[in-house]
Write a protein that binds this ligand. Structure first.
Ligand code: F6P
Length: 362
């Protein structure tokens, strides 16, 4: 067994329900090994800026049910390509040596990184420099390769499903087409699962580029059958066949600069024009990322946190803890980073069988 005396933990990338549950599990497992735990504030930025403090039992008590992260996070900073704002805008510098020096000055010998794909890449950079690191897959999008579930996804799906239940009743009263735009840049997991759970009639996901006529046909078929309203769930990354995703904004100093959004509103206007049915779009946005994690996410996050420390203590590095066939395993980061996990097209069969349209077949 590896005899670390000090282990660091950081949360990187967009926040997600269950982060605190992982931090708690990491800290408690470390305490069990007789290891000190250090919390890095504000993601990889805090690592460069030396915002690191020891975590004690009282810091991690009472946080299991809390959304967000007690450590703070950011989806911008990358120590290997660190944005520094000067008079002429941003310049980028490799600050990884500074980050390592900050860890070593406190005797921190290994790191648990709780993050999504961007954080996995950065963690892998530290592993290559010889600094032991184990990662925990985090994102509401559930699009990390090598694991069947990321924590936070279940909570986001519950949020989107509840929103659909609410939209259902008002859609029905007003005989309208109601669209719900949910998160999911490259993968439509949230749209697919919430659409199934919330009775969506059309689900639009990045894995299946849509044909506008197919959406109109699905709405008109319902109308012909006496169903005067329709519910459409659209992932922010959905796009038309031969077309492009809808970009909401560019975040200049972010590793991944593009933020998506707006496809739902665009479609609502087109649908109203082509069907004559009044249409509205609701963008669920960051409501999906906030709030208390579901019981499922708390348990998964806890299993991941314990497994990450166990893996470090077993001498593993450069690995991500993952859920496969309901067991927690470790997979090499190099096999998973940069490889989004998409909704398998075979999975759509269940939805198609009950009449859900993916906007691809007229
Ligand atoms: O990856 C998580 C995620 O919530 C995406 O689904 C979404 O596109 C993005 O982050 C939003 O980022 P921001 O918080 O910077 O708006």
């Amino acid at each position: 067994m590896t005899q670390y005396k000090n282990v660091g933990v950081l949360t990187g990338g967009g926040d997600c329900p269950g982060l605190n549950a992982v931090i708690r599990a990491v800290a408690r497992t470390c305490f069990g090994y007789g290891v000190k735990v250090w919390g890095v504030k504000n993601g990889f930025g805090g690592l460069v800026e030396n915002q690191i403090g020891e975590l004690f039992d009282h810091d991690i008590s009472g946080i299991l049910h809390r959304g967000g992260t007690i450590l703070g996070t950011t989806n911008r900073d990358n120590p290997f390509n660190y944005a520094i704002l000067g008079a002429n805008g941003y310049t980028y510098k490799d600050m990884s040596a500074q980050a390592l020096a900050n860890l070593k000055s406190r005797g921190i010998e290994a790191l648990v990184v709780i993050g999504g794909d961007g954080s996995l890449n950065i963690a892998s950079g530290f592993d290559k420099l010889g600094f032991p690191v184990v990662t925990v897959p985090k994102t509401i999008d559930n699009d990390i390769f090598g694991t069947e579930r990321t924590f936070g996804f279940d909570t986001a799906v519950a949020c989107a499903s509840e929103a659909l239940d609410r939209l259902h009743t008002t859609a029905e009263s007003h005989h309208r087409v109601m669209l719900l735009e949910v998160m999911g840049r490259y993968a439509g997991w949230i749209a697919f699962h919430s659409g199934m759970a919330g009775g969506g009639d059309v689900i639009l996901i990045p894995e299946v580029p849509y044909k506008f006529e197919a959406i109109v046909a699905a709405i008109n078929a319902r109308k012909a059958a006496g169903k005067l309203f329709s519910l459409i769930v659209v992932a922010e990354g959905a796009y038309p066949q031969g077309g492009e995703v809808t970009v909401a904004r560019i975040v200049e100093n972010s590793a991944e600069k593009i933020r998506l959004g707006g496809v739902g509103e665009k479609l609502a206007r087109q649908i109203e024009e082509h069907t004559g049915i009044e249409s509205r779009c609701t963008v669920l946005g960051h409501l999906q990322r906030g709030g208390s994690p579901t019981a499922y996410d708390r348990v998964l996050a806890t299993r991941y946190g314990v497994a990450a420390v166990d893996a470090l203590m077993a001498g593993k590095t450069g690995v991500m803890v993952a859920l496969q066939k309901n067991k927690i395993v470790t997979v090499p980061i190099k096999d998973v980073a940069g490889n989004p996990s998409n909704v398998p097209l075979e999975a759509l069969r269940v939805a198609r069988a009950i009449g859900i349209s993916f906007g691809d077949e007229v």
